[in-house]
Design a protein around this ligand. Structure first.
Ligand code: RIB
Length: 284
């Protein structure tokens, strides 16, 4: 079982020709209100590929938050550990996506920062063979989750922040983009850690114990890169939970992440298992 500890957000996605510069107003050609949040996205990515996933998270106590939780359940994610936080709204994200599919995101944490781990949450995390954590929850919660974990711990250090030893010391695989890597690993002792750095269309690098491998992404028509990193993390966790070695899991996840960029919205184009298998057959 994979336990994902992380955020649930409502995404307001604005399609723009280009991102506004400071002080500038730009007009969007379309607005989409869709479900997102790094934790929820990663849970959905793993579930769509056949992973058995429990999400540990918090949402607000309004009707839309309940709908979001129901939507996660309809994706096959176990939502029994998704708390409803009284008197709070769910997390929100304002996302602009430009003509090249590049995004910029502002997140309001809402209920994600109210999340604390109950005894039930801790035992779900302790029972999981893979625990996947990101940083849209409070750092104290992320630290507690990785400390309670007994399985393989994967940390997606997003949004970018320096990583305390109390967190990093319990991580088996760190997944970061270039910017997050610089911020997260400044002065950090990486020792036995596997570090996967994502480079968008250029694929990913996998560094472990002094070796470095490059894993390419596949060529697709990019519409929106939002959620590509989440798809990578969810797919990687799903493959690791199946017993795949790190490099094979990264190859699987890189294909899944590429496919996820072909439609607007973080989850819209997240693939199911046979889509990734077909794409892998085509490149081998
Ligand atoms: O990684 C993409 C996600 O980041 C979006 O769905 C948004 O909610 C933010 O959490």
């Amino acid at each position: 079982m994979i336990a994902v500890v992380g955020s649930v957000n409502i995404d307001f996605v604005f399609e723009v020709e280009r991102h506004p510069t400071p002080g500038e107003t730009v007009t969007a050609s379309a607005l989409h209100t869709i479900y997102g949040g790094k934790g929820a996205n990663q849970a959905v990515a793993a579930a769509r590929l056949g992973g058995v996933v429990t999400l540990v998270a918090a949402v607000g106590d309004d009707a839309q938050s309940t709908e979001m939780r129901d939507d996660l359940a309809s994706e096959g994610v176990d939502v029994t550990r998704v708390q409803i936080a009284g008197g709070t709204s769910s997390g929100l994200a304002a996302i602009t996506v430009d003509a090249h599919g590049e995004n910029s995101i502002v997140v309001y944490p809402g209920a994600n920062h109210v999340l604390t781990l109950s005894d039930g949450d801790r035992s779900a995390i302790a029972m999981a063979s893979v625990v996947l954590v990101q940083l849209e929850v409070e750092m104290a919660v992320a630290i507690e989750a990785v400390q309670v974990a007994t399985g393989t711990v994967i940390l997606n250090a997003a949004p970018a922040t320096p990583l305390p030893k109390a967190l990093l010391g319990h991580v088996d695989t760190l997944i970061v983009n270039e910017h997050e890597r610089t911020v997260a690993l400044e002065g950090a002792e990486t020792g036995a850690l596997t570090v996967i750095t994502t480079f968008g269309a250029e694929g990913v690098s996998v560094e472990a114990r002094g070796t470095s491998d490059h894993v390419p992404s596949i060529e697709v028509e990019v519409v929106d890169t939002t959620g590509a990193g989440d798809t990578f993390c969810g797919a990687f966790a799903e493959a690791v939970a199946r017993g795949e070695a790190v490099l094979n899991a990264a190859k699987w996840a890189a294909v899944a992440a590429s496919l996820a960029t072909t439609q607007i919205g973080a989850r819209t184009a997240m693939p199911i298992r046979r889509d990734v298998e077909r794409a892998l057959r085509e490149i081998t």
